[in-house]
Write a protein that binds this ligand. Structure first.
Ligand SMILES: Nc1nc2c(c(=O)[nH]1)N[C@H]1C(S)=C(S)[C@@H](COP(=O)(O)O)O[C@H]1N2
Ligand SMILES: [Mo]
Length: 307
């Protein structure tokens, strides 16, 4: 898949960047004052990213009704039924730990002066299903660079908000809330690692992690934490929700790997969502097909030990 992905849009980034600024200024004041979703959000101002694949995306329907977001229940259909209860404005992200510019950053501040890109990524859940999703967003590194991590920072930790009044799943001890995830600093700085604010040219639906979620395409889906309110730079490996819940089944790295089975099932194949129950399973690719870009991050590591 490597080669196909490198297709720049004909539109120059500068031009789109300028367009987007005016779109965003309008868009953001709208968001700030009405709190509602704008269907025209970002619709004119993004480029096709060099990191995008040409795979055919799943339908908007599939992507927004078949979800994992345990804060809203454990059925795949629960998040689309209940996530509308989450208030996503105002949205403040606390950035702290080993960083020169810690602070409470408003969503608007975070995305200010960052050009929005569309990236079609394949997405592989640890449970064995997969989808193709046209995300809108940008490299996480754009934001991390702005806040200037200190050289002692070896990891980046993320947390989802805790608000049991709006997220009824948090009244149950399915996981130890908040949902937590983490990356090494080199994974976090890799240009494929994305902060997403939208999909299919629209603002991110709540069930997909509005207003800001991580997308790490070479790792199992649970690493892509939703509705982020805290980012911290740490020296030691942070705790992560699924690893805390079942360390034998879910490791810190969780790179997609057909050669390393989950203790209770094989990871060699996947079931593409949206093709019916008789759809042929596909072979799962190592690093979900992104090996050319990311394998070097793990050179010399035993990936069955660091799973
Ligand atoms: N906060 C939070 N983030 C989360 C989850 C969750 O339950 N809570 N589920 C994860 C899992 S298991 C997957 S597969 C993906 C699903 O993302 P999607 O619903 O946008 O496809 O979100 C991940 N991020
Ligand atoms: Mo998942």
């Amino acid at each position: 898949m490597g080669k196909n992905r490198f297709k720049y849009s004909e539109i120059t980034p500068e031009r789109v960047f300028l367009n987007r600024r005016s779109v965003l200024t309008k868009g953001l004041s709208f968001l700030a004052f009405s709190g509602a979703n704008s269907s025209s959000w970002a619709s004119e101002g993004y480029v096709k990213s060099q990191w995008s694949s040409n795979a055919k995306p799943n339908s908007y329907e599939d992507i927004t009704t078949y979800n994992n977001f345990y804060e809203f229940g454990t059925d795949k259909s629960d998040p689309s039924k209940y996530a509308h209860n989450l208030k996503t404005r105002p949205w403040v992200v606390e950035i702290g730990g080993l960083v020169s510019k810690p602070g409470m950053y408003d969503f608007d501040q975070i995305i200010k002066n960052i050009a929005l890109e569309e990236r079609i990524y394949s997405f592989r859940c640890v449970e064995g299903w997969s989808m193709v999703i046209p995300w809108l967003g940008f490299s996480l590194s754009e934001v991390l660079k702005k806040v200037e991590p200190l050289s002692a920072a070896k990891y980046v930790a993320f947390e989802t908000l805790v608000r049991p009044e709006e997220m009824f799943g948090q009244r149950y001890n399915i996981l130890d809330w908040p949902y937590r995830e983490g990356l090494t600093i080199s994974e976090a700085m890799h240009p494929l690692t994305m902060l997403s604010t939208g999909l299919y040219g629209k603002e991110l639906p709540n069930q997909n992690g509005a207003p800001l979620r991580l997308v790490v395409p070479w790792k199992y889906g649970f690493k892509s934490i939703k509705s982020i309110v805290k980012i911290s730079f740490t020296e030691t490996q942070p705790q992560t929700s699924w690893n805390m819940q079942s360390p034998r089944e879910y490791g810190f790295y969780s790179n997609v790997n057909p050669d390393v089975d989950h203790p209770r099932w094989s990871q060699a194949t996947e079931r593409p969502i949206g093709k019916g129950i008789f759809a042929k399973r596909k072979k799962t690719l190592k690093f979900n097909g992104y090996g050319e870009e990311v394998a070097s991050l793990y050179s010399g590591m035993d990936l069955s030990k660091f799973y």
